[in-house]
Design a protein around this ligand. Structure first.
Ligand code: 5MM
Length: 343
């Protein structure tokens, strides 16, 4: 087994999962503004320090996805964040795309950029200590969307990124996100997700990417946020696992879902339903079914912190609580009552 395959296994081992804290400056600042927090580099540093020094985090979190600014930062006493992560026994990862930009000739669709100079950046991140990377493609649903052009261009970019990651010794997290924006049905999300996943795995194969060094970070199969339909957790679990089974080769190291704007409670309940029902990895779901959430872990903590040191400990408890709920969901042991007791 290669080092990359070992790392991918470690990231998805047991009931731990990934914490995505790779919001780019623009996204982080928007979230800070909504929570009434000053949008400065120092505020972002203090927030990331709060996350990384949360007591007990490593009991539920196997890896953290950092942003370029964060991987270079340190806690107030000068200890580099990378040292804190390493001391906790957590693996550091890095978001390496440079963002989704308008796809020329295709109104309403995006292409993710960042391939230029990527080889050099990946080698630099590996030397710093990163052991995995992440690239996110976004796919919008709408009238006539997604187009083949959008799906194909993004699948090609994801595969070229993944091949470069593996050349540099990094596990590639491959994230083709079908967005929840809109009033589309669950069936439309399922259809678009299957198309996108098939295209991604075709391109990964064309670029000779070793699937045991790839973690897929997909959306769950859900209706749009503006849809009145509200499926049960079991319905989401069935549709999601069925879609993955149709499109994801069994050799893939594992699945780590994004939350995509679901509430923390819903994301935990839906992940729990998948693991309870399909007991992954199993014949029905032959890969570990894990998580790589950002908002569904961070949101309550960010709101409690609100930029104030006096709220730090309470915010850390809220962060740990969401991580524990998702860890329980990996065992199929999450229950809504955990939200009440906070245990
Ligand atoms: C979909 O976003 C990823 C998962 O986050 P959620 O669980 O909140 O959906 C996340 O890793 C995302 O890629 C980062 O937050 C970075 O986003 P930007 O847009 O700043 O690159």
């Amino acid at each position: 087994m290669t080092d990359m395959a070992r790392t991918a296994r470690l990231l998805l081992a047991g009931d731990k999962g990934l914490l995505a804290m790779d919001e780019s400056t623009g996204t982080c600042d928007k979230r800070f503004a909504r929570a009434g927090i000053l949008q400065t580099e120092e505020a972002r540093r203090r927030y990331r320090e709060l996350i990384l020094t949360t007591p007990g985090l490593a009991e539920c979190i196997s890896g953290v996805i950092l942003y370029d600014e964060t991987i270079r930062q340190a806690q107030a006493d000068g200890t580099p964040f990378l040292k804190i992560i390493e001391a906790a026994g957590i693996l550091p990862g890095i978001k390496v795309d440079t963002g989704a930009k308008d796809l020329a000739g295709h109104a309403g669709e995006k292409i993710t950029e960042g391939l230029d100079g990527l080889r050099e950046r990946l080698h630099d991140y590996f030397a710093k200590g990163a052991r995995f990377a992440k690239w996110r493609a976004v796919i919008a649903l709408g009238d006539g969307l997604p187009t083949h052009a959008c799906i194909d261009a993004n699948a090609h970019a994801l595969a070229r990124y993944a091949a470069l990651c593996q050349e540099a010794g990094l596990v590639a997290i491959v994230e083709p996100e079908v967005l929840m924006d809109g009033d589309h049905t669950l069936a439309r999300c399922q259809q678009a997700t299957e198309r996108a996943l098939r295209a991604v795995f075709e391109q990964l194969s064309a670029q000779n990417v070793a699937l045991d060094g790839v973690i897929l970070k997909p959306n769950m199969i859900l209706p749009g946020l503006a849809s009145p339909a509200q499926p049960t957790a079991d319905e989401v679990a069935d549709a999601t696992v069925e879609t993955l089974r149709r499109a994801v080769p069994v050799e893939t190291a594992g699945i780590a879902f994004l939350s995509g704007g679901q509430s923390g409670e819903r994301a935990s309940a839906r992940l729990n339903a998948m693991n309870a029902k399909f007991k992954a990895p199993s014949a029905a779901a032959p890969w570990p079914l894990g998580f790589s959430f950002a908002r569904a872990i961070q949101q309550p903590a960010l709101e409690i912190w609100a930029g104030k040191d006096s709220n730090r400990a309470e915010a850390q408890r809220a962060l740990l609580h969401r991580a524990q709920c998702n860890s329980a969901a990996r065992r199929g042991a999450y229950a809504p009552s955990m939200e009440v007791s906070g245990s």
